[in-house]
Design a protein around this ligand. Structure first.
Ligand code: SAM
Length: 230
């Protein structure tokens, strides 16, 4: 296991570097959109039910969830922040392509969210927390920028995903130039294996001060989904 860690640890460091998102963000964005479309749809539907006015997406990547929320909640204003300038650019292009005018993207780090206390009615974050150098600090930042009673949905790759679910996920996430065996190993050990279990993510959200913490699952999506309120 120690030998394996010598390989996995540097790969996790690469996984969490901003440069990776600046360089490979476009490839990831295209692959993930189809692979977790059900999750985006679920989160956007939940947000629409609550008719929030101001919504923040932390680690907004290619902008898919922010744009879907903006489309399903036309009276809301959605702000996406991402620390990668290339991802912010990709998200702006995606919003423009979809003629969405109630969604904006800015550079911003989850470790120090560039917004005043109690700004947002709701915050979402999908697949980003595993990359943060200090997840507890990021969750406290989200708590800070939420209004009292604010709504929070966070989702992350499930550390306890079964081999069958991971294989099924690969059929949707496949990248043509990476052999399936290598992709399976990378997802198992570097992406999912170094992520959060449902218990860990729910515990981290509670520890940041959130209440009414509940866990949900989305069919065919090997992600943990946690909802909570401030
Ligand atoms: C796996 S992608 C998920 C993107 C998007 N939420 C989605 O579901 O497609 C992770 C994103 O988090 C961003 N990210 C990682 N660490 C961050 C940080 N500390 N602050 C802000 N964004 C961060 C990356 O640049 C990347 O765009």
């Amino acid at each position: 296991m120690k030998d394996c860690n010598l390989i996995i640890r540097p790969l996790v460091a690469v996984r969490d570097s901003r440069l990776l998102w600046d360089l490979l963000g476009p490839i990831y964005n295209r692959r993930i959109q189809g692979a977790i479309a059900g999750l985006y749809e679920h989160v956007a539907r939940e947000m629409a039910l609550h008719r929030h006015r101001q919504i923040l997406d932390v680690g907004s990547g290619g902008g898919y969830i922010a744009v879907e929320i903006a489309q399903k909640s036309p009276s809301s204003q959605v702000t996406g922040i991402d620390y990668s300038p290339m991802q912010v650019r990709a998200a702006r292009q995606y919003a423009a392509k979809n003629d969405v005018t109630n969604c904006f993207f800015h550079r911003g780090n989850a470790m120090k969210i560039p917004c005043a206390d109690r700004t947002f009615d709701a915050v979402v974050s999908i697949g980003s927390i595993k990359h943060w150098p200090d997840p507890a600090r990021g969750l406290r930042e989200i708590y800070r920028v939420l209004k009292p009673e604010g709504h929070f949905i966070i989702s992350e790759t499930d550390k306890e995903v079964s081999d069958d679910n991971l294989r099924d996920f690969i059929t949707r996430f496949r990248v043509w130039f990476v052999p399936d065996m290598l992709l399976l190993w990378g997802l198992r050990h570097v992406i999912f294996g170094r992520s959060f279990s449902e218990t860990q993510l729910a515990g981290a959200v509670s520890a940041a001060g959130f209440k009414e913490v509940t866990c949900t699952r989305v069919r065919q999506c090997p992600y943990v989904v946690i909802q909570a309120n401030k």
